[in-house]
Write a protein that binds this ligand. Structure first.
Ligand SMILES: Nc1ncnc2c1ncn2[C@@H]1O[C@H](COP(=O)(O)OP(=O)(O)OP(=O)(O)O)[C@@H](O)[C@H]1O
Ligand SMILES: [Mg+2]
Length: 336
């Protein structure tokens, strides 16, 4: 049997791992729960379940911040356990393909490589792929032959806007707007308008249900704490309040996409104009964002079929098809 291979997209909110043997992508929360400062208590979705509910001696955190590794030890632990789960006891080494953000420092990029090397997984080969290149591949764009592709990935803490040509990155811009900012905007609006404090998960649910609620012409029924009386109450939040709260962040994304397009070499414009924008990332699904982007830029917007998994699906393509192997590279001086 050939060596197994894994494709890893470490998101601030979700970790996505493609497993060649099973030919599928596993998506879990990128979270870890540690008990009494040193004992692993839970990781992934089960850590997220406890989030905002756990007792004080259990600390739950995201080891990534804005797409870069903030807590190396915790991130290594999560990788080690997920890969061990997926290896199902096999001790054979595997090849690893790791997606890295473009618009970060070389040191931050190298940290993704070091992470897999030091995670205690048996790695035969560790290769790195620019996130946006994998993202486009995962959306069936033939990146190697296209001269001009724009990918906009709206994640949890960041939105990455990238211009690609012939399998490489020409231009990229990372802005600190994403799903978390959307949730925060909803929480702030509800607090201001209704004197009501709601939890992060409640705000996230409203955001994810926005389209549904608007179609049914219903408000979002929420439970929270009244600021004045300090007691738990139920309220119905109108969807107008929610979409108005999101407006400012949508504008920031649209403005930054326009700015990136303005800086794109004119030789690439024809292809971009023909194909339009490739939109991915979990938070890109929020209602009205795609249409705002379409209106603001005048370009067609192609929405990813699997917005959360698209980067990992691109890594899968690189792993499965030799033709795409050239877009993966070893970090200099560290390949083996
Ligand atoms: N149906 C939906 N509608 C709106 N937002 C959604 C939906 N499903 C997921 N999200 C949001 O997507 C975000 C997570 O997306 P994703 O997994 O792409 O981020 P990430 O890769 O972990 O983050 P980053 O790329 O910033 O490191 C969360 O903020 C989540 O609330
Ligand atoms: Mg991401």
């Amino acid at each position: 049997m050939a060596l197994n291979a894994f494709g890893i997209d470490l998101g601030t909110n979700n970790i996505k791992i493609y497993d060649r043997n099973e030919d599928k992508v596993v998506i879990e929360k990128n979270m870890i729960a540690v008990e009494n400062k040193n004992t692993l208590f839970a990781y992934g979705n089960s850590a997220f379940e406890m989030y905002e509910k756990a007792p004080k001696n259990i600390e739950i955190s995201y080891p990534l911040s804005c797409g870069v590794i903030a807590d190396i030890k915790k991130m290594e632990t999560i990788i080690k356990f997920f890969i061990a789960d997926m290896q199902k006891g096999s001790l054979r080494p595997a090849n690893f393909y790791v997606a890295v953000p473009t618009d970060v420092t070389e040191v931050e990029k190298r940290a993704f490589y070091d992470l897999v090397r030091d995670a205690g997984v048996k790695a035969r080969k560790i290769m790195v792929v620019e996130k946006a290149v994998a993202d486009a591949l995962g959306q069936d764009v033939d990146v190697k032959n296209s001269q001009g592709v724009i990918v906009v990935n709206v994640g949890y803490e960041t939105t990455e806007i990238s211009i690609l040509s012939l399998g490489g990155i020409v231009l990229s811009r990372l802005i600190k707007v994403g799903g978390q900012k959307f949730d925060e905007a909803i929480r702030n609006a509800v607090r201001k308008e209704f004197n009501l404090i709601i939890g992060g998960k409640t705000a996230e649910n409203i955001k994810m249900n926005l389209k549904n609620l608007e179609e049914k012409e219903e408000g979002a029924v929420v439970y929270g704490r009244d600021i004045v009386r300090g007691l738990p109450v139920e309220r119905t939040i109108p969807t107008d309040l929610v979409s108005d709260a999101l407006e400012e962040h949508f504008r920031t994304i649209v403005d930054n996409v326009k700015l990136t397009l303005e800086r794109t070499p004119p030789e690439l414009a024809a292809d971009i104009y023909r194909k339009g924008i490739y939109l991915s990332g979990g938070a890109s699904q929020v209602n009205h964002l795609a249409e705002k982007l379409e209106k603001g830029t005048g370009l067609k917007v192609n929405r990813a079929e699997e917005p959360i998994a698209s980067v990992a699906l691109g890594l899968a393509k690189i792993i499965k098809e030799d033709n795409y192997k050239t877009v993966a590279y070893a970090i200099e001086g560290m390949s083996r």
